[in-house]
Design a protein around this ligand. Structure first.
Ligand code: ZN
Length: 188
């Protein structure tokens, strides 16, 4: 799979380069993302529907889950356990359990992080400006508890054109609550 690996490497470099390109489009206006969603995260606004004690979360979450969701960390590409997940199901916030993404909207962006072209509904994920690391990006957080999820870019596939680039460490996958109809089980 040398060729595939090479392609992935190129795509990975492109992923890192994209935020710089997006800086220009940001300055020109946020085409897809809706200004109303940029008011701030629920933590910044102090109106999270669910909040958790810091020490409680440190016990509940793994170190990488805590670092990503509470300290805006980023897992290394191709290391997250949900990057290659293809089963039907629902992706939930690892902190509060809020439903965030459907498996039907997951696609392989080649970047090493789970990627979705849409959130489950427009209120599930909050988008805010993130100007860290010398880039201007759109940060995504859980609207219920304020957990950091990742970023969203406007270079995704149809129908939305968006690419939600989400850390596996922010997500919990539930294959049982698929939005697809379950096949009736045949008993042999
Ligand atoms: Zn949450």
């Amino acid at each position: 799979m040398f060729t595939l690996r090479s392609l992935v490497c190129v795509a990975r470099i492109a992923c890192y380069a994209r935020p710089r390109i997006l800086e220009k489009s940001w300055q020109q206006g946020h085409v897809y993302l809706g200004a109303a969603t940029f008011a701030g995260t629920c933590k910044q606004l102090g109106n999270c529907k669910m909040s958790f004690d810091k020490e409680e979360l440190k016990k509940k979450l793994t170190p990488i889950q805590y670092e990503v969701t509470q300290e805006k960390g980023t897992e290394r590409p191709f290391t997250g356990e949900l990057n290659d997940e293809t089963r039907p199901g629902m992706y939930q916030c690892v902190v509060c359990g809020a439903q965030l993404f459907k498996s039907e909207t997951k696609f392989d962006a080649g970047c090493g992080w789970p990627s979705f072209y849409d959130q489950i509904d427009e209120a599930a994920v909050t988008m805010t400006e993130d100007s860290s690391f010398g880039m201007v990006r759109t940060e995504t957080t859980c609207s219920k508890c304020g957990a950091h999820l990742g970023h969203v870019f406007d270079d995704g596939p149809k129908p939305t054109g968006q690419r939600y680039c989400i850390n596996s460490a922010s997500l919990k996958f539930d294959p049982k609550t698929s939005s697809k109809k379950e096949e009736p089980k045949s008993e042999l």
